[in-house]
Each structure stands twice: as structure tokens, then as C-alpha cells.
Ligand binder design. Sequence first.
Ligand code: UGA
Length: 449
Amino acid sequence: MFVHITVLGLGYVGAVAAAALARDGHHVLGVDVDPGKVDRFRQGEVPFHEPGLDDLVRDGVSSGRLRFALASEVESGQLGDLVLVAVGTPSRPTGAADLSQVEAAMAWVVERAGSSAGVAVAGGPGAPAVSTRPIVVMKSTVPPGTGRRLSRRFLEPVGLAYVSNPEFLREGSAVHDWFHPDRIVIGSESAEAAARVRALYEDYGAPVLVTDVTTAEMVKYGANAFLATKISFINELANMCDRVGADVEEVARGIGLDPRIGSQFLRAGLGYGGSCFPKDVAALDHLARVYDYPFELLRAVIAVNARQRLLPLYALREVFGSLAGVPVAVLGLAFKPNTDDVREAPALDLIPLLVEEGADVRAADPQAVERARAVLPADVKLTTSALEALDGARAVVLATEWDPFVHLDWEEAARRMEAPRYVFDGRNALDPARMEALGFRYRGVGRGR
Ligand code: UGA
């Protein structure tokens, strides 16, 4: 059954949800507080890089099933059957999740929800009838316990139902992930509301887990914290491999073949970044403190990750002694390939430290130059071309394993670089033997060289 849906918050989760649900046949209103963003979406453009989303948005807009509005333009009774909340939950300095956007979203919904039989929204010919009692569906990642609290404070007094429906999309493959979920998690105190949300995903063929609200919230934190733990664990093993002279890539293969361990998320390197893992792990750690529970394992995961991104700095110091005047190229500014997102990207922590030590840093990224420019020291030269960044450099740090970097013309790169042509492969993405044959001095993470 097709329904009317409002999606509040047009970041990559909200925008993908809105466009994908419109593709499925629902009538979707995408809402944001940022006029620039809403304007771009209205024109069928996506204001950030997310593969496949442009087409989905363009199709949705031209079908008439996907519309966009500024939050202030939406009137009472226009919310539809479901309101998906996908606003940000950034970190506060303490590590706690900042829930101010989520709370503002709740107030916004309550203000517009209407209280009885009311105005239907014109959704175009053939559009389904609109409910005036929307179900609030939380897609934003909120700490366990939040939904119950929000529901009690904002929704119960006006009789609206709350569903926690955490999202597991990865940036860079969010469109694919939306249509091919591993599982759907639905937490609600209302069986009817849970069923309404479940119906959205009926055709996706994924296992559905229906729980209470707090449990659903913990599934999301548990998943991200476990994946972050896997990464920090393989990074610790990599650091040990460097010390004993083993190859972590083979070790990862060897342990990953055990299905109880699994081969994914065992790539050693500069650690995890992005808008999710660092923030969610910090928020779970903070929540543990609030409950006076020392979640020691999680603290170690955070500490390992913070150190890991500085490995190139330690290695460069070892090679050059002083970094003063040393031309160093950094390849990759986005926190991972196929995104222009630089939030918590290892390169953005590393580069200012290299600059502080006097290195002459130039950096390249296919998509993230603009976003990085806003947060990097002004004297760092930024380019989309790896070869340009490498020109005259004595060392290069591969910080993000973008395809064009991994498959660079490294022979040409060797010609353009100066001795010692030191390569710190922060993602173990290059072939050490080949790099050495080309005259580079190669160093990976836990590869024994
Ligand atoms: C992550 C989760 O994978 C999604 O399931 C989740 O929905 C999302 O967070 C979220 O909470 O919203 P994302 O941040 O897009 O998605 O990125 P991932 O592809 O999971 O990578 C996270 C980080 O881990 C990257 O910095 C990546 O370089 C790093 N990583 C990943 C490793 O260092 N090693 C690995 O083996 C895998």
C-alpha cells in the first residue's frame, strides 16, 4: 500500500530514504531547514556526492512523487502517514550525542501533526488518502533510552506513536544498501505502528527484527561499536605484525576464513573515520559513563583509532628526522573512497600535524577538495590530481584508497618524485613488491615492511 511520507533531514540517510521510497511508489515530501539544500533538491540535484542518488532524485522529482520543502513552509496537517526523522546527532565535546536537532524535529512534528480528522494534502492525481496522525519513525542514531524519553515528552501527550527504525546504510553505497538491506530493525511499543513501518520494507526480502524501542536503539550502537572494534583489533594485530615481522594481510585472510570471525572489516590501516563510527562509539562510551559502567573495551577501541591515524607522522619522523621543508604528498582527504565527506577523516588530523612540523604538504582527492579546504591550514596546496600533488614530493602518504590513486601511473609518479620516494601506504592498497621495483621505499601497516 502506498502512503504519504515526510522525511525530515536531507543528509545522506534522509535523502536516500526519501528518493528510494518515492521510487517504490510512495508520495514523499523531503524537508530540511537549509534553504540552499532544499533549492538544489527541488531542481533534481543532490548537494553532496552519493553514487546513484542523482538519478533516483531526478526520477522522483519528475514522477511528481518526490517533493521538497523548507521546514518552515510545511503546514499543519501536511505530514502524511509517517514522518521519518533523519536529522544529525553530532558529538558534544564530552562525547555525548547532541540531541538538539532531534528534539527540534519532535517539536516540529507535534506542532504540525493536527489533532483530529483534518485537512488532506493534495498529493497529485491518484495519490493515497492522507492520515493526520503520523507515526514518528526515528532513523537518526540516538543513544539507547532516547526514544522512550522523547516519546514520553513530545508524542504521548498528543497521542502520536514512535518507532525506532535504525539505518545501516554506508556512505558511498547508500542507494544500493537501501534496496538490499541485511536486516530491518523496528522498535516500537505499538504493534500497529510497527506493522505500518514494516510494510515499507515488505518487498526487500530482508529479515525483520521487531523489538522494543531501547533494544532497537542498542542494535544500532552495538553494530557500529562491534565493527569499530573489529577495525581497531586488526589494527592492533597489524602493529604487532610490524614488530614481529608478520604480514597482517595474510593474518586477516587466515583468521577471516573462520566463519565465526568473518573476512569483512579486517582491513588494517589508518583506522575508521566518517560521520558515524567515531561519533557513535564516543556516544556509547559516554552513555556507559552516565550509567557508571566502565566500558573498557570501547575505550581501547577509541584510543587505538586515535593513535592509528598518526602512524604516518611517526614513520616520516623516523625516515627524515626533521620534517622541516620536506615536501610530502597526502593522497586522500575523504574518510573513505567514493564520498566527499571529510568528517573525522584521518588525513585531516594528520595534515595539520605535518604542517606544524614544517613539512611542505600538498594533498589530492577526487571529490573532497572543496570540503577539506574549509578545515585545512591555508598553506596546504589542494588538487584533484595525484600526480600534481606528487610532483617534487619526497614522500607520499596514501590516506584513502580511492581507485584512481591505487591504480595511479606509479611509474610516472616515481619519475616525478624525489628520493627517497618514501611511500606510507595507510590502507595497504598498493603492491609492496611492485612499488619497491619502481624505486619507492615502501611502508604499509602491519605488512612487515
Ligand atoms: C558505517 C556503517 O558501515 C553503516 O552500516 C552505518 O549505517 C553507518 O556507519 C552509520 O552509522 O550511519 P560508513 O560510516 O559510511 O558506514 O562507512 P564504512 O564503510 O562502514 O567505513 C567506516 C570507516 O571504517 C572508514 O573510515 C573505513 O575506512 C574504515 N574501515 C572499514 C577500515 O579501516 N577497515 C575496514 O576493514 C573497514
